[in-house]
Ligand binder design. Structure first.
Ligand code: F6R
Length: 604
């Protein structure tokens, strides 16, 4: 899940490579580096930490040339220091790599006569190519033969000393796009990296490798046959998301939610008929089961959808985290609909699960934010959420848009399967249409939540409780808190606490209870009392009606606008997002780029 970019052209490249890296920084920010051929000779600059460190080094010790490769790293093998930063050099060869070379130890053994200088898996690639060159092979053969020895996931860019007009690149398991320019060619991990350079892209297919010169590109498939791949024209321009007046991207993205949810709805809800619209290929009467696979926050969206599909459409749903599903030999009924949920559309495990289900012959859909992503291209049906670029590593607006889209799909399924009356269909569609307004009202609680977060930020750990479709929001609230404030937190189904975790409650332990006034309200409040009577500090997230019933039982209350219980999980999400955000800000953490994380997880 590193980011790579390369340019081969006729003018200097370093500034543009670094600009591309900034667009890729969401993929990792442990270290970065750039390598160019200057007078045919490989030189590089690398720095530990974020790209601004590389920029500072380049300001005093600039490297430049008309061909170059660059990298921003999320460390897998080897600590994130400068030595392990890419590009790696071995002899005549420089390489940048995104992915994991699984057989790197075997290759290191095979090449034990060579001088390995890093702890990375990637270094074997530059050694393999250099070894082949020193045995007399031409660069093209040296590169293609080296590829045959690799196992694992990769997207590479390779440049070679005294071979100034060529970049070699390849992909297997990790995404890679080629860009076509005027007397220039590019490679990049995603469309965004190349958006300021060109609008003409080619997405390499699994196993493809390519040779780029300033005026040409050649693509070969996994069997070394020369192949043509479609050119995609990028729309939407090079604009990179800006923070504007917001202190963090995460805050901006939370505030965008009324608009982003509205955009999602415009894809799926007919405001005049008060019904759900889905692509014609998605005939829910065909399916006997839905399989939703995702990771992290996206998986919590899937868990909420399970409640919706079962209640609204009478359709059985399996939800699983992708890293488990793919190795479990799951039993898949031929009449299943598989839905991958992913903001990036590139998450390695989710993509593998999608491929597994495609091979099993079931219909596959990808609910994604990035419509140029691998999942969107490989699934039978690509379902957009249209939340716009999400830069903050902690997912916010993508999550509420995933929920909105999944609620709409459940509604469509309920109608197609004759499981809901027309009145119910209209009530639920209306509830969805009102969601942007309710989210806007929830955001007005920002200042109150900020004040509450001050005390909360002194906590060592916290619990989030909910019932029904609020359980996954309890998980999501705990995850948001953990990832940006580094406070330990756990989400639990409220009824489950007394089966063990309640032993952890002591005087002052913060417990955030998600309890909109619905059919489970009283049961959740009973669980609230169980922890309150053991000294927990209760933050109750509810609505007006809930507040009037439970005011005396909470130490703090967040009173959200009253919404239909169908969409309530979307509204409570806003409160847990704001609570995590302000807690992190009080603690002074790096909210947009929390430690150890990356936005897009393209390795297992
Ligand atoms: C948490 C978060 C992650 C992602 C997960 C899946 O805030 O963002 O848990 O949800 O890594 O990523 P995507 O949705 O890109 O597949």
């Amino acid at each position: 899940m590193c980011g790579i970019i390369g340019i081969v052209g006729t003018s200097t490249v370093t500034e543009r490579l670094v600009d591309g890296l900034k667009r890729l920084e969401y993929r990792g920010y442990d270290s970065s580096g750039v390598a160019v051929l200057d007078g045919g000779k490989l030189i590089r600059q690398r720095a530990e930490g974020k790209i601004k460190g590389l920029v500072a080094k380049l300001a005093t010790d600039h490297v430049d040339g008309q061909i170059g490769i660059a990298h921003t790293r999320w460390a897998t093998h080897g600590v994130p220091n400068e030595t392990n930063a890419h590009p790696h050099f071995s002899g005549r060869v420089g390489v940048v790599h995104n992915g994991i070379i699984e057989n790197f130890l075997d290759i290191r053994k095979e090449l034990s006569h060579r001088d390995f200088r890093t702890e990375t898996d990637t270094e074997v690639v530059s050694h393999l190519v250099d070894e082949a060159l020193s045995q007399g092979l031409a660069p093209k053969e040296a590169f293609s033969q080296s590829l045959k020895k690799l196992k694992g996931a990769y997207a590479f860019g390779v440049i070679i000393d005294d071979h100034p007009d060529h970049i070699y690149c390849a992909r297997a398991g990790s995404p890679l796009a080629l860009g076509i320019g005027e007397d220039e060619m590019y490679l990049g991990s995603d469309a965004m990296a190349l958006a300021q350079l060109t609008t003409k892209l080619i997405y390499l297919e699994e196993g493809d490798w390519a040779i780029l010169t300033p005026t040409s590109y050649e693509i070969y498939d996994v069997d070394d046959n020369k192949v043509e791949r479609d050119i995609t024209i990028l729309t939407g321009g090079p604009a990179m998301a800006e923070k504007g007046n917001y202190r963090h991207f995460m805050l901006k993205e939370m505030y965008e939610q009324p608009e982003t949810i509205g955009r999602t709805l415009s894809n799926y809800i007919d405001e005049y008929r008060l019904s759900a619209n889905v692509p014609a290929e998605l005939d829910f009467s065909e399916f006997d089961r839905v399989i939703i696979i995702a990771c992290g926050t996206a998986c919590y969206a899937g868990m909420v959808a399970k409640y919706w599909f079962e209640q609204v459409a009478g359709l059985a749903v399996d939800v699983d985290i992708a890293s488990e599903f793919r190795y479990r030999k799951p039993v898949i009924s031929p009449k299943s609909l598989f839905i991958a949920v992913s903001q990036s559309g590139e998450t390695a495990d989710t993509l593998a699960a999608l491929r597994y289900c495609k091979e099993a012959g079931v219909k596959t859909a990808a609910l994604v934010n990035v419509m140029t992503s691998t999942m969107a291209r490989e699934a039978d049906i690509a379902l957009p959420i249209n939340a716009g670029p999400e830069i903050g590593v902690a997912s916010t607006k993508a999550f509420t848009s995933q929920l909105t889209a999944l609620a709409s799909l459940a509604l469509a399924a309920g109608t197609a399967r004759g499981m809901i009356s027309e009145d119910d269909q209209k009530r639920m569609a209306t509830a969805l249409i009102k969601t942007p307004r309710h989210v806007k009202q929830a955001l007005r609680l920002d200042k109150d939540i900020e004040a509450m977060a001050f005390e909360f930020s002194k906590s060592k750990s916290a619990f989030y409780l909910g019932r029904g479709s609020q359980v996954p929001i309890a998980f999501e609230g705990a995850l948001k808190l953990k990832e940006i404030s580094y406070i330990h937190a756990e989400g639990y189904a409220a009824g489950e606490l007394k089966h063990g975790p309640i032993a952890l409650i002591e005087d002052g332990t913060p417990v955030i209870v998600l309890a909109p006034y619905d059919r489970l309200f009283e049961k959740t409040i009973s669980n609230l009392q169980e922890v309150a009577s053991r000294g927990a500090h209760i933050i109750l997230i509810t609505d007006k009606e809930g507040a009037s019933h439970a005011e005396s039982m909470a130490d703090n209350m967040i009173v959200l606008p009253t919404s239909d219980s169908f969409v309530a999980p979307i509204i409570t999400t806003v409160a847990v997002q704001l609570l995590a955000y302000h807690t992190a800000v009080h603690l002074g953490t790096d909210v947009d780029q929390p430690r150890n994380l990356a936005k897009s997880v393209t390795v297992e």
